[in-house]
Design a protein around this ligand. Structure first.
Ligand code: SF4
Length: 373
């Protein structure tokens, strides 16, 4: 009996988890750590630089700061640093052991992050329920690359995410976008939606989602608004080649079901696959314009196909075809539906900001082409 007790005491000791906050009692805690921020920190592709609040890096910076290290977030004071953290490949704490970000330390209300075009309600911020997509097979995606290179997938508990959401509400945030590659589904999502019932009046949620059949009405009822869906192509052969794991014929019904539930789908595509003819790509262009014109998708985004962490050639045919994905903007039906959707002042400002971002994007691509000549 005694040996059983000592064994269980031993196993209790072995399974004891050292709280992150206690590290400063034990470890060398005078490291100076610099986080030089860049518009690529939170991007899954390199094609388009964008300032997006880097939630995973912010969680790590918070952990280091709580361990007693001196964290410099984005501002180099010109002195020597013990560590420079440029991207989340350098994060050496398991995802599920990280605290949620200290948004004072990481200046989440800075205009640089607030300028992110897909936020409708400000102030807004990004969070991450999981560090890696639960699908994780698409050949072009950074999440697949990380999984193949040994990063472990972690999913935070719903309770821990709710603590973060309560903290956001307390600090006046009105919208949060979860940047997990794909938002967790199944019982996790159900529990998340259940716990959001008492909070949904205070904050709006956005997330990335694969085009799968789900209870989108439940998500809408839990306070979800913006839903970013990676379509990538209307051609089944391309979807198979990039291992997207979806059927082309399902795209329209699924985007429709999201929209009918009251969500605002944002559809993303890729142009310039080396194996697609112009005629093949036209099918994607037509589907994108159909979804926009009918109002099933509210917004769209196109990037040029390239393997992870590489830049596509700015002269590629894919770049020339990008504007074709947005021809729906010239159609009266598109504007009729957009105007019909206006409910509040934020809908107007969101529309104006969307127009401005499209113009900026055209200008950026024009500039890149001129520079490459
Ligand atoms: S579904 Fe999205 S996040 Fe997941 S692996 Fe594919 S592209 Fe990446």
């Amino acid at each position: 009996m005694q040996s059983v007790q000592s064994l269980s005491a031993m196993s209790a000791i072995c399974s004891f988890k050292w709280p992150l906050e206690w590290d400063y009692l034990y470890f060398d805690n005078d490291m100076k750590v610099f986080f030089p921020l860049s518009p690529y920190n939170q991007q899954r592709q390199y094609e388009k630089p964008a300032w997006v609040y880097p939630a995973h890096l912010a969680m790590y910076a918070t952990a280091l700061s709580r361990q007693g290290h001196e964290v410099h977030w984005g501002k180099n004071d010109g002195t020597q640093y013990d560590q420079v953290i440029k991207d989340d490949f350098q994060i050496d704490i398991p995802f599920e052991d990280l605290p949620y970000p200290d948004r004072f330390l990481t200046q989440a209300k800075h205009p640089r992050w607030q300028s992110y075009g897909n936020y409708k309600f400000h102030p807004a911020t990004h969070m991450m329920a999981s560090n890696l997509c639960w699908y994780g097979k698409c050949t072009f995606c950074i999440d697949t690359y990380k999984l193949q290179h040994g990063e472990a997938r972690g999913v935070r508990s719903v309770d821990h995410v709710m603590e973060e959401i309560d903290d956001l509400i307390a600090h006046g945030y009105r919208e949060v976008f979860d940047d997990s590659g794909t938002f967790p589904v199944g019982p996790w999502l159900k529990e998340f939606c259940r716990q959001m019932q008492s909070r949904k009046r205070h904050i709006t949620i956005g997330c990335n989602m694969k085009p799968v059949t789900l209870d989108y009405a439940m998500m809408k009822d839990a306070g979800f608004r913006f839903i970013l869906v990676g379509i990538e192509s209307a051609n089944q052969e391309t979807l198979d080649r990039i291992q997207k794991g979806q059927r082309s014929e399902d795209i329209i019904p699924i985007i429709k079901s999201m929209s009918h539930a009251g969500l605002e789908p944002h559809i993303t595509w890729m142009s310039g696959y080396g194996w697609e003819t112009e005629e093949d790509e036209q099918r994607s262009i037509d589907m994108c314009n159909f979804l926009l014109r009918k109002g099933y998708a509210k917004t769209a985004q196109v990037s040029v196909y390239s393997p992870p962490r590489t830049l596509p050639d700015p002269q590629s045919p894919g770049h020339q075809r990008l504007p074709k994905y947005f021809q729906a903007y010239r159609h009266p039906e598109f504007w009729y539906r957009r105007i019909k959707d206006i409910r509040q002042w934020e809908d107007v400002t969101y529309l104006i900001r969307g127009g401005r971002l499209v113009c900026e994007e055209h200008w950026r691509k024009f500039w890149a082409r001129q520079h490459a000549n």
